[in-house]
Write a protein of this length. Sequence first.
Length: 291
Amino acid sequence: MEIKSEYLEELADRALAEDIGAGDVTTQATVAPDLKGQGLIVARAAGVISGLDITALVFSRIDPEITFSTKLSEGSVVAVGECIAEISGRLTSVLVAERTALNFLMHLSGIATLTSRFVKQIAGTGCKILDTRKTTPTLRLLEKRAVKSGGGENHRLGLYDMILIKENHISAAGSLTKAIEAALRVTTESKSKNMLIEVEVTSLDDVREAARFPIDRIMLDNFDLEIAAQAVKLIREQNQNIEIEASGNMTFENVRDYAETGVDFISAGALTHSARWLDLSLQLQTPGDLS
C-alpha cells in the first residue's frame, strides 16, 4: 500500500507536538546540546515489522541531520535481540524523538505480528484474513498497511469504496430486501457503477433472502460455528457467485474452525483494536561507548 508523504508528515508533526509541547525539559537539563552518538532500535520480542517510514520521519522532522539506517523493509520478520535500525546524530534530537518514533513502530509492528499469527492459524484452508474499520482515528492507512504486512488483506478503506449493508441500514430502509434493492439501483448509476455490494446477515432466514439477489458478498455476523456451516451450504447451493465472509468475535482460538466451514474471508477487528504492541527499545551509545 502506497501512503502519501504528506499524510505521514502531518501525522508525525501532530504526534511530536502532542509529546513535546513547550520543550523536552529533561533532555535540555541533562544532555549537552552538541553531544553526538548512536541509538540502536532492538527487538525485545520476535515479530513482524511495520512503520519504518513513519519512524524514520519522526526523527528527521526533529532534526534533518539525523541518520536513520536499516536493512529491513516493511513486513520483515525479526527475532529477539535483532537490530532493527541505527540512528546517528545529536543525542538531544534522538531523545526528543525517541518515544514518538517507538510508539508508531511498536504499535504498527504489533498489528502486523498479530495478523501474521491469524494468517498462519488458517493456512491451507483457502480462507483470507481481513481487517475492519475498527481503527485508530487518523491512523487507518498505517494500520491497514500493517495488516497487509502481516499477510492479511484489507476490507474497505472507508465508507466511500464499497456498499456494506449492515443491521442499522436494513432497519432504516424497512427490510433487508428493500435495502438490497436500493443498493442495486444505485450501482447502476455512473458514480457507483460496479461498486461491490456486501450484506450483513444475522440469521439463516436472512441468508436465504440475501442470496436471491446478484450481490457480491454475504457477511455472516456472529454466527455460531454450526449455523455458519449451514449458511455456507445454503449460499453455495443458491448462488455460487457470492463470496462469504464470517465476522464477529473472531479469536486466535476459533478462527481456524470458522475457516474450515468454507467461508472465503474472516474479518477480525481484533487485528487493529486489540493487537499488543511489539516490544522494542532504543539503546543509546555515546562516543565513550563506541571507543
